[in-house]
Ligand binder design. Structure first.
Ligand code: GLN
Length: 530
């Protein structure tokens, strides 16, 4: 029988609950149990695709084209496997199903209610994931903080699961912050105590507590928390701030977490196999050199907007024992003239993905300088599209060339809607999404970097390089290095340049600590070559 581990959060959000969930799942997986992880987002959006990165951070795209919460990205990176869109449950999805069923007449004669109709749907979905992914263990992270109104049906479903499946098949882990009070020089546990009380009010007594703190906590704090929360000290673990998130599974394991969890779930304990993970963490913590990478985007104030790109850069750099020093360039500041762009020969540049007009001209003006200077540049999705716009204007001499996303009336639509997008009028979940095959062109840099003709990367876009302009681009050396089967330009590069590559794909989404993205590896290699 599948076992379910529920992870709740207290005191505040953005605690690193996602990284904790990923770490717990990793330890169970490395014990030899088939483990998957699920993120529950209690908001009413059906998926994360329609939310602004400012509010929600990056939208993580799965192989099967789900636009999911960024925590799914953490799970994939820690578990080293691809998850499905079904691993991200939102309240919107659950309510949509319940309402559809009601309209169909499935509940004929009944009053449709949160309990049992909504909670049943949540439980069904969790069981369906366990079945579809043949999981021994499903680790379920409930987003938000206990006490949030929207989260209640999900906590209620989690509570019922113990009733349905029994103590040995369910586990409740509560992650909460103990802030450090600088004036009195003390770690405060009261907010954590209150969040556990809130959880108990719903009927959940946590089995395990994860104390988030800035610094490691002492025995006195653990005992105090134990007394107030009714959790024995052996089941209280400390997740203090670390220099790298990838170290968390090792820290938890060193505190005895794996054994305790196995015991609570009545699982046979096997020592987790962590050798490759330990050597990765050692490498990341002991870099031999630094590289400088500039990120040009418009959500640079919210770093979570680009988390997969940052992580992909870290994976690739670590492979070469380098530490990436990331510098941000806010495209809207370039556009307004508030910042002046200064080119550095030794650095690498990433033109970040994005949507809409704001900041686009800023990126284009930076691209012009980078191309003229022969800089090391990687354009991701929107980044590729803007490379094409810049080259069209300044090399092909097509004045006012643009993407129709930015200027629908442009005389030279060098970037235009994908053919298949032209008849779509709904914006939710309708882009070109998910894993897609590209065929690389022999003799190109991209081909050399991937070392194979067929590659698979994930996509998320509505626009593409307009096929009508490809000949003109190729004539001046901006060549297509990879096509998809419908002849979309998935990769392009400037011939005879060190590294001026753009891709319509999001290679960062498939990068993992132990298997970094080839394109990011190539990018980092080029920076190190200087
Ligand atoms: N806005 C562009 C498009 O829809 C690029 C999207 C992206 O960068 N992910 O095609």
């Amino acid at each position: 029988m599948t076992k379910f581990v529920f992870v709740t959060g207290g005191v505040l959000s953005s605690l690193g609950k996602g990284v904790f969930t990923a770490s717990a799942a990793l330890l169970l997986q490395r014990m030899g149990y088939n483990t998957t992880a699920v993120k529950i987002d209690p908001y009413l959006n059906v998926d994360a695709g329609t939310m602004s990165p400012y509010a929600h951070g990056e939208v993580f795209v799965t192989d099967d084209g789900g636009e999911t919460d960024l925590d799914i990205g953490h799970y994939e990176r820690f578990l080293g496997k691809s998850l499905s869109k079904i691993n991200n449950i939102t309240a919107g999805q659950i309510y949509q199903i319940v309402i559809e069923k009601e309209r169909r007449g499935d509940y004929l004669g009944q009053t449709v209610q949160i309990i049992p109709h909504v909670t049943n749907e949540i439980k069904n979905r969790l069981k369906e994931i366990a079945r579809a992914q043949a999981s021994d263990i499903v680790v379920v992270e409930i987003g938000g903080t206990v006490g949030d109104i929207e989260g209640l049906p999900f906590l209620e479903a989690a509570r019922q699961m113990r009733l349905d499946l029994g103590f040995q098949n369910t586990l409740y882990i509560h992650v909460a912050l103990t802030p450090y009070h600088r004036v009195v020089g003390e770690i405060k546990t009261k907010p954590l105590q209150h969040s556990v009380q809130e959880l108990r009010r719903i009927g959940i007594q946590p089995d395990v507590i994860i104390v988030r703190s800035e610094q490691p906590i002492g025995r006195d704090i653990v005992e105090k928390i134990s007394l107030y929360t009714n959790v024995q000290p052996e089941y209280i673990f400390n997740d203090y701030d670390l220099s790298t998130i990838y170290e968390l599974p090792l820290i938890l394991h060193s505190q005895g977490f794996s054994k305790r969890i196995a015991e609570k779930l009545n699982l046979e304990y096997r020592e987790p196999q962590l050798d490759d993970w330990i050597s990765f963490v050692n490498k990341i913590k002991n870099p031999e050199r630094k590289i400088e990478v500039y990120m040009i985007g418009k959500y640079t104030k919210v770093r979570d907007s680009y988390v997969s790109i940052i992580e992909a850069l870290r994976h690739a750099s670590t492979e070469y024992r380098a530490e990436p020093v990331i510098r941000w360039i806010e495209a809207t500041d370039i556009e307004s003239g508030a910042t002046k762009f200064e080119y550095k020969e030794k650095a690498g540049y990433i033109i970040l993905p994005g949507f809409g007009r704001r900041g686009a001209e800023g990126k284009i003006s930076v691209l012009k300088i980078l191309r003229e200077e022969g800089g090391i540049v990687l354009g991701i999705c929107f980044g590729l599209q803007l490379m094409a716009v810049e080259i069209a204007r300044n090399v092909l001499g097509l004045d006012k060339a643009n993407s129709t996303e930015l200027d629908p009336a442009t005389p030279h639509p060098v970037v235009d809607l994908l053919e298949e997008q032209k008849k779509i009028d709904r914006l939710g979940g309708t882009m070109r999404l998910g894993l897609s095959k590209s065929i690389l062109v022999k003799g190109t840099k991209v081909y050399e970097i991937y070392g194979s003709e067929i590659v698979f990367e994930r996509h998320r876009h509505r626009y593409e390089i307009n096929p009508r302009y490809i000949d003109s681009f190729e004539k001046i050396g901006f060549i297509v290095s990879g096509y998809n089967e419908k002849n979309y330009a998935d990769f392009m590069e400037l011939k005879d340049y060190r590294f001026y590559i753009g891709t319509q794909a999001h290679p960062e989404l498939r990068s993992r600590p132990l298997t970094p993205s080839p394109l990011f590896l190539g990018f980092v290699r080029e920076i190190l070559r200087l």
